[in-house]
Ligand binder design. Structure first.
Ligand SMILES: Cc1cc2nc3c(=O)[nH]c(=O)nc-3n(C[C@H](O)[C@H](O)[C@H](O)COP(=O)(O)O)c2cc1C
Length: 329
């Protein structure tokens, strides 16, 4: 099976605009939505979160929930909307998510997660994958993780994204839970050794091509979160490293990527989407480059103005590239 390169689901980041940008940068990247709670779909309050752009494929929807029937219902809607996969969030440690009985606390209920997988699979054709941690609270022995993987894979899940940290359900904020518990990649490697037929993808703390290389010697893929947001060009470096000179990773400069994303922005502006919601994802694209500060400042200051249009990005681009002014009427 081919190696998987995946974008980690991130609330308030991996909306469809960010995913479209990532698709321009890394044609082979597996994309995921932010976590969407089943309640927000069932009550109709956030159906907009399911909106997709045709260029996003392959793209999975990540659901937060623990009621098998509700998850199955939402998965059918996701299938109708054109998603390629349903991913279950078994890693979020926030209080809100715990009080609704989903996220990381479900690691302690592998039987219930298995029921959810079975129910989704019985009512939709989409593959079901799981994103989880290596443990929760004091359940941090390998056997706890292996038992969770065994029970949920027996129910029909064959792909696992494992954030190589445990989560503390009390006492740490979600943000702290992404940095305080140490990364234990060896546990993820051991899952692959013990369950060789499963597709095991590691997540957490990956920000260099050499780290990706070393994980891929042992595993089936990598999932990258914060680095893709902080420094989106890292994803281009990764794409080029693995797919260079193929149609899957065409030669493109930062400017060329920004210009292709600008075409998307232009279409969306016509539909009434505010510039700031799209331009914010470009902030990091010149990370580490000369002119990056000007670029960010211009997008930050001028992007949020209510009638701001594409000219904001164009003039920021001129600043950073030294190009001639180009007027949009
Ligand atoms: C702002 C933010 C929001 C996140 N939201 C989600 C989410 O909705 N679902 C999820 O499974 N993980 C979420 N995560 C966790 C990431 O998917 C990922 O597991 C974590 O950041 C570790 O990977 P990284 O070191 O590559 O960032 C979020 C992380 C961040 C920084």
């Amino acid at each position: 099976m081919e190696k998987t390169f995946a974008l980690a689901p991130m609330m308030s980041i991996t909306d469809r605009h960010f995913r479209v940008l990532m698709r321009h940068i890394f044609p082979r990247l597996q994309l995921y939505t932010e976590m969407i709670s089943t309640g927000s779909i069932i009550h109709g309050s956030r159906l907009d979160m399911l909106d997709l752009d045709p260029i996003e494929h392959p793209v999975g929807v990540q659901f937060g929930g623990s009621n098998p029937n509700e998850l199955a219902f939402c998965s059918r809607i996701a299938q109708e909307r054109g998603y390629d996969e349903v991913n279950l969030n078994i890693g979020c440690p926030s209080d809100r998510v715990q009080s609704a009985r989903f996220g990381a606390c479900l690691m302690a209920e592998p039987g219930l997660v298995a029921n959810c997988v079975e129910e989704i699979k019985s009512t939709s054709d989409l593959p079901v994958t799981i994103k989880t941690r290596i443990g929760i609270d004091k359940h941090d022995d390998y056997e706890f993780l292996a038992d969770f993987i065994m029970k949920t894979s027996n129910a029909g899940c064959s792909t696992f994204f494992i954030h190589a940290r445990k989560a503390w359900l009390k006492g740490l904020s979600p943000r702290q839970n992404r940095s305080v518990p140490p990364l234990e990649y060896d546990k993820v490697y051991r899952v692959k050794e013990d369950f060789p037929s499963l597709h095991i993808i590691v997540n957490g703390g990956i920000h260099t091509v050499s780290a990706v290389e070393s994980h891929l010697e042992k595993l089936d893929g990598v999932m990258i979160g914060r680095e893709a947001n902080r420094n989106p060009w890292f994803m281009k470096e990764l794409s080029d490293y693995y797919f260079e000179n193929s149609p899957e990773s065409p030669v493109a400069s930062r400017e060329a990527i920004v210009r292709s994303y600008m075409q998307y922005i232009e279409e969306q502006l016509r539909q009434g989407v505010a510039l700031k919601t799209m331009a914010r994802h470009l902030m990091g694209i010149y990370h580490g480059q000369k002119g990056a500060r000007h670029w960010r400042r211009m997008l930050c200051e001028d992007g949020p103005v209510s009638d701001a249009g594409l000219e904001v990005v164009e003039s920021a681009l001129q600043q950073v590239t030294g190009m001639q002014t180009f007027q949009y009427s």
